[in-house]
Design a protein around this ligand. Structure first.
Ligand SMILES: Cc1cc2nc3c(=O)[nH]c(=O)nc-3n(C[C@H](O)[C@H](O)[C@H](O)COP(=O)(O)O)c2cc1C
Length: 205
């Protein structure tokens, strides 16, 4: 198995909440190095359908974007983080994405990242992440609802497909409303650790 760091992407804008907690738990369960990233802090700009990737697959005009501050003494804003996130996905043999459910979907910041995979749409999965696996943990506040995870799951599954990644069955965690709900539940923490180990065991040797 590759020894490159494994991406653990936390998709909640809420700092220190359940997604961040699950991400650090996954990172601690991994045998090697983890690369934990908070997607909402990475200034990923949404796709504006400029069409450049239609003729130049793999290229995105939004990469490396930075706004010039009007105050020359002000610190530069962060670079657009989509490129770094995709590079991290292509690093380890598997990546973990942890996301809360927002209105049956992933939060807007994370959806902006997914849409930026459009640059590879025309390449039939021939991307730097080809052959790697994608494992997702979805977290909801509600305890019931048959279709609670469907929207988020479809979106992440199709990002995996666009990137030529193998889709691993995701983990669903229900009933986590407050930011400390997962920290207060040893049972659900155990299911996150178990899921991580199961994903690793399912990877090709
Ligand atoms: C804008 C917003 C929309 C939400 N929509 C849903 C929803 O549709 N279904 C649900 O079960 N929980 C929903 N929730 C609750 C979150 O999924 C839940 O609080 C989760 O634990 C947040 O994860 P975090 O602690 O990592 O931020 C929503 C929360 C917010 C802030």
């Amino acid at each position: 198995m590759s020894t490159a760091p494994i991406l653990v992407a936390s998709c909640s804008p809420r700092k220190g909440g359940n997604s961040d907690f699950a991400a650090s738990l996954i990172a601690r369960t991994l045998p090697g190095q983890a690369n934990v990233m908070r997607v909402a802090d990475m200034s990923v700009r949404p796709c504006n359908a400029c069409g450049v990737c239609d003729s130049m697959p793999g290229r995105c005009t939004l990469d490396g974007y930075t706004v010039q501050p009007t105050d020359p003494k002000a610190p530069l804003p962060p670079m657009d983080g989509a490129k770094a996130l995709f590079a991290a996905l292509a690093g380890g043999p598997v990546s973990f994405v942890v996301s809360p459910i927002y209105y049956y979907h992933i939060p807007a910041q994370a959806k902006a990242w997914v849409d930026r995979a459009q640059r590879w749409w025309a390449m039939n999965g021939e991307t730097p992440a080809r052959g790697k696996a994608l494992a997702c943990v979805f977290i909801s506040g509600r305890t019931n609802g048959e279709r609670l995870f469907e929207g988020a799951e479809l979106t992440m599954r199709w990002m995996a497909r666009t990137l030529g990644m193998e889709w691993m069955e995701p983990l669903h965690l229900r009933g986590l409303e407050s930011s400390s709900a997962l920290a207060d539940s040893p049972e659900l923490q155990a299911s996150v650790s178990y899921y991580t180990a199961k994903v690793l065991a399912g990877l090709p040797r």
